[in-house]
Ligand binder design. Structure first.
Ligand code: SF4
Ligand code: SF4
Length: 133
């Protein structure tokens, strides 16, 4: 059962994630192929246990649409959305979350990659590219 320290820990992590000093900058090209992979396989930056996931859902009731689907080979939790159809489409597209509207994000605070076969691709700037400007 979650205690006050677990709540405190989750809230601190949420706040910390807004102040990451260095962000990766890149551009996104392409378009969505509506495969549904991003709704079926998600990772969370700061949710490692079932207990933390329940606290997140308590703090943000909109996240109740997500459930734990399993773990990857490194033990990280994989989430999925209850609202994605078997065809890979959003069944409540009009009311999808801001995070869904913004995906794939233009900036991230940690390493990330798109799903294999995703219609978007990431074009990141190398150090040499920055020197050209
Ligand atoms: S994984 Fe990429 S192509 Fe597939 S639904 Fe998500 S954004 Fe669209
Ligand atoms: S709300 Fe819709 S777009 Fe967002 S994860 Fe769920 S199915 Fe995908």
């Amino acid at each position: 059962m979650a205690n006050i320290f677990d709540f405190f820990f989750v809230i601190i992590n949420e706040i910390r994630s807004c102040f990451v000093p260095e962000k990766v900058e890149y551009t996104i090209e392409g378009e969505c192929k509506k495969c549904g992979k991003c709704c079926n396989y998600m990772y969370s930056y700061d949710t490692y246990t079932e207990k933390e996931f329940k606290i997140m859902q308590f703090l943000f009731p909109a996240y109740k649409r997500f459930y734990i689907k399993g773990r990857d080979e490194e033990g990280n939790l994989i989430f999925a959305c209850k609202l994605v159809t078997p065809e890979g489409l959003c069944s409540d597209y009009k009311h999808r979350l801001p995070m869904c509207r913004k995906y794939p994000a233009k900036k991230i605070s940690y390493n990330g990659k798109l799903h294999e076969g995703c219609g978007y691709k990431v074009v990141s700037k190398s150090f040499e590219d920055y020197l050209k400007y």
